[in-house]
Structures are given as C-alpha cells and as structure tokens.
Design a protein around this ligand. Structure first.
Ligand code: UTP
Length: 292
C-alpha cells in the first residue's frame, strides 16, 4: 500500500537556552518573525504540504502555543462586533477548520528523539513529518515540506532535509555520509552522525529541521540510549533505521534561517520584513536611510 503523509509532529519542548532571557518564561517557537510566530510558519508549511493533523509535543512554559492554536472566541467576537473584518480573518486563519491539533506533554526534556517518541500514541505505525519550527525555511516556488512529501510519495522511503554548511559548523548538526546519487537533489544516506567535530565530520551535508519518517522509527526510539549531550537523539534512531531500510537525503530548494540563534533570527526578521506586503517598501527605505 502506498502511504501518504497526513501527520506532522512539532517538538516544542526544548529550553531554548541560546535565546535566553527571551525564552525564560515564553517559548522560542512563539518568537515572531515580523508579525507571525515561528510555529505558525511551520504549521502553515505543513498545511501547504497537505497535512491536516498537527501534533505538538510541548513542555513547561509552552501554554501560549496551545492558546495560539485554539479558537479565541472572545477575541473573535470582539473583532466581529467592532467590524474589524481584516483582523478577524487573520485570527481565524491561524487554525483552518479542516486542521486538527493535538497536544502531548513531554514531561522531561530528554532530547529531540524522546520528544518525537512522545507522539507515538497518536502517530501509531504511520509515516509522519517532523518540523523544527526554529528552522524557518522559505521557498516561494514550493514550500520545502511539500517538496519532501512529493519525494516520499514517489519513493516511499524516509526523507531527511539537508543542506551544505561551513565545515566549522558541523558540530551543530547531524551530518550525513551520502550514498548513491539518485538525481541532482536526492541521494541515499549511508550513515548519519550527531554533531561531529569539523576534523572528523564525514561531510558538510547537514540535516536541517525537516524529516519524513516511517512508523518503524518509533519502535527504534523506544530502545535508543542517550547519545550526544546526554540526550535521546533522533539522529541515533535514524542511524539505526538506515540499517533496516533506505533513507534518502533531499537537498531542498529554498532559504533557511536558523531562528534558534540570535543572528539568524535577526536576519530572518530583516529579510521577511523587506518582503512583507504592507511594510516592505517602507522598511526598505528605513534601512537605506540607516545605512547612509
Ligand atoms: P534544540 O537543540 O534547538 O534545543 O532542539 P532547544 O532547547 O530548543 O534550544 P537551545 O539549543 O537550548 O537553545 C531542537 C528542537 O527539539 C525540541 C526543541 O523544542 C527544538 O524544536 N526539543 C528538544 C524537544 O521538544 N524536547 C527536548 O527534550 C529537546
């Protein structure tokens, strides 16, 4: 049977230490890029890829994510009464009617692999997508997850989103060893290793926060021991999956902003600000004046 992807898991239970103090009491994923929180960009990307069930794995201090994707009855009513149709549309658009949201608690932040495992009562044995909202991926032609879902639906194999990174940064990522080249953007993965030092990294192809994984990965995660940083790593489970079945690496089309990092976050705000339909022109003028 050919599988389709209708589930997306959003692990949002991390501490966001690189963004302190902003993340002391509120989640990194609610940081806005111009006027929209990071998590909403990721959910919109999944929705555009045809996914309708969004599973959030949350932790302490993450209640605002739950609120954001709930129906804000009082606010909507107030906007309706005041005739603010434009804002009402914005608020209603956060959760389209045909989209389901599920919240699961990760009681202890034991790592990304553990966060994904927490979603297994909902995911069951089906294939699913994982999106890390602090990786903001922008592609005007086709959203990145849609590109990856198309690869999965054609190949019926796990797909990791990858991109080239500078060698001095390999320690921040899962790094792959490429196997057979399938086309310009697609290859098989021979091995993957979490956060290797630049001098031992097998390549400079890094796994970015988009994955399409088969249900089997949940069984592997149940037995995955702590890895790098004492955390249960998704990368280690994928390394085991490679021993059982083909895993693909897809060099996606689009631009990535590392919004878990302060500089990447500022860059995303500037570039998305310049593209903003209402603010773009004014903002460009402001930047020009500032740089004079
Ligand atoms: P990061 O490695 O970016 O960790 O996690 P973090 O806590 O969010 O941020 P820093 O590094 O401390 O600044 C990658 C993703 O995995 C989630 C995070 O929320 C983030 O989306 N995560 C990580 C969990 O959901 N649970 C965990 O136990 C760890």
């Amino acid at each position: 049977m050919r599988e389709k992807i209708d589930l997306a898991v959003f692990p949002v239970a991390g501490f966001g230490t690189r963004f302190l103090p902003a993340t002391k009491a509120s989640p990194k994923e609610m940081l806005p890029i111009v006027d929209k929180p990071l998590i909403q960009y990721a959910v919109e990307e999944a929705y555009a890829a045809g996914i309708r069930t969004m599973i959030f794995v949350t932790g302490r201090n993450k209640w605002s994510i739950t609120e954001h994707f709930d129906i804000a009855y009082e606010l909507e009513n107030e906007l309706r009464v005041r005739g603010k149709a434009e804002f009402l549309q914005v608020v209603e658009g956060v959760k389209p009617r045909d989209m389901q949201v599920v919240f699961i608690r990760q009681e202890l932040a034991l790592g990304l692999g553990h966060a994904v495992l927490c979603a297994s009562p909902v995911v069951g044995e089906r294939a699913f997508a994982v999106l890390l909202a602090d990786d903001l991926l922008v592609c005007e032609q086709k959203p990145v997850l849609k590109q990856m879902v198309e690869v999965f639906e054609a190949q019926q194999q796990a797909v990791l989103g990858v991109m080239e990174v500078p060698r001095e940064q390999t320690q921040r990522y899962g790094i792959i060893t490429a196997g057979a080249q399938i086309n310009q953007r697609l290859c098989t993965v021979q091995a993957v290793v979490e956060k290797p030092a630049p001098n031992v990294a097998p390549s400079t192809q890094a796994v970015i926060g988009r994955y399409i994984l088969p249900g089997q990965v949940m069984q592997i995660l149940q037995h995955t021991p702590e890895g790098t940083g004492g955390e249960i790593q998704l990368t280690d489970a994928i390394a085991q999956l490679i021993e059982q079945q083909t895993v693909l690496a897809y060099r996606f089309e689009g631009k990535r902003y590392d919004c878990g990092d302060k500089l990447g976050y500022l860059q995303a705000n500037v570039e998305m600000g310049l593209k903003h339909p209402q603010l773009g022109a004014q903002f460009a003028q402001y930047l020009q004046e500032l740089s004079r």
